[in-house]
Design a protein around this ligand. Structure first.
Ligand code: ADP
Ligand code: MG
Length: 350
């Protein structure tokens, strides 16, 4: 019997070697990326890594110097922005201040010449979806920041774009509201089946919103995968450090042990022999009870709610981050000894 694999889902958006330059400076370098139908993909990366440039290139607001972009199989290159069938929402959402909520949300429908009755219906439905039912006649200037964000989202969704692109959509809101909105957004996109390409520099936001994340570094994609894949197996030292992991050292692996500046570490099965960089997650640094282990002095402790993040100065090697339960956390200046848990040690292939 034939066991041919099923066809992979067709990409909604496809970037085929897209490059962008500003003068002589390269902002995007040969980007290859697919966003599948109904998927939310988040571009995550430090400021200046090219995230906004990528969105603007797809939207047609930024000329590309090489490559092709396809949306639902159609080549977008050369097409003006309003013909591309993409919706864009920026951090500074730029609602029209002199128009009411309904006129803001209905803007794209009006431009497209939809019949009035249809416009009214769509606007009412969208306002309901974003949690502002019946807000049509409210002035946008009287709304809170979170409400304005919802109106901007409804406005971007109104023309039913094939692809919705969000650039730091929650960037200016305070933390509690952001955390709530991100959960609502994810539920909304799943309900509507929207295909989304979003940008953020905040890993918690990306992990909460995305089906997959693409981590960007200097105009290239350093790694792409589900939040769990990226978190558990960072592909490069850049990705590891960007995610906040600082325990990265050169190592020589042989079998199940590695020689490092911190001494001998156990490594998980399957770690390739030879020289490499190793990451030790802070949860993998464990206190050892008696005489064993690497001697360290506690340099600082940072309260993180359920746990404490310690900065340890070892006898040899660079400083170590250790995450320990609150009740086990030693005081600053205290001498401790630590060992390492193999399952929290990761080989960085890049
Ligand atoms: P991000 O959104 O990840 O912060 P951007 O896409 O805005 O990054 O910028 C990527 C790089 O391109 C940065 O080095 C930035 O300074 C540069 N850049 C962005 N826009 C322009 C522009 N209009 N002209 C020249 N350089 C730009
Ligand atoms: Mg940006």
């Amino acid at each position: 019997m034939s066991t041919a694999p099923p066809n992979p889902p067709a990409p909604m958006l496809r970037l085929d070697g897209v490059s962008v330059r500003y003068g002589t400076r390269s902002a995007l370098e040969d980007i290859r990326l697919e966003v599948f139908e109904h998927e939310t993909l988040c571009l995550l990366g430090p400021s200046g890594s090219g995230k906004s440039t990528l969105l603007r290139a797809v939207a047609g607001l930024q000329p590309v110097t090489a490559g092709r972009t396809l949306l639902a199989g159609r080549v977008l290159d050369g097409m003006p922005p309003h013909r591309r069938g993409v919706g864009l929402m920026f951090q500074d959402h730029q609602l029209f201040p002199h128009r009411d909520v309904g006129q803001n949300v209905g803007f794209g429908l009006r431009v497209r010449g939809e019949p009035r009755a249809r416009q009214r219906q769509s606007v009412a439905r969208l306002l309901e979806l974003v949690g502002l039912p019946g807000a049509e006649s409210r002035p946008v200037t009287a709304l809170s920041g979170g409400e304005q964000q919802r109106v901007a989202l409804a406005r971007a969704l109104a023309p039913e774009p094939g692809l919705l692109m969000l650039d730091e959509p929650l960037g200016q809101l305070d933390r509690g509201l952001r955390e709530r909105l991100v959960v609502e957004l994810r539920a909304l996109f799943h309900t509507l089946g929207t295909t989304v390409l979003a940008v953020t520099h905040d890993q918690h936001e990306a992990f909460a919103l995305a089906d997959r994340v693409a981590i960007m570094n200097e105009g290239t994609i350093a790694q792409i995968g589900t939040p769990q894949e990226v978190w558990q197996r960072p592909a490069t030292e850049f990705v590891a450090r960007f995610l906040g992991f600082d325990n990265v050292v050169p190592a020589t692996v042989r079998g199940r042990v590695a020689d490092t500046p911190w001494g001998r570490l156990p490594v998980p099965p399957g770690t390739p022999d030879g020289t490499c960089r190793l990451l030790v997650r802070p949860t993998g640094v464990r206190f050892t009870p008696d005489g064993d282990g690497l001697p360290c002095v506690v340099r600082s402790r940072t309260f993180r709610g359920h746990h404490v993040l310690l900065r340890l100065a070892p006898d040899s090697g660079p400083h170590l981050q250790a995450e320990v339960p609150l009740r086990e956390a030693p005081a600053e200046g205290q001498a401790v000894r630590v060992g390492f848990a193999a399952e929290e040690v990761a080989h960085l292939p890049g």
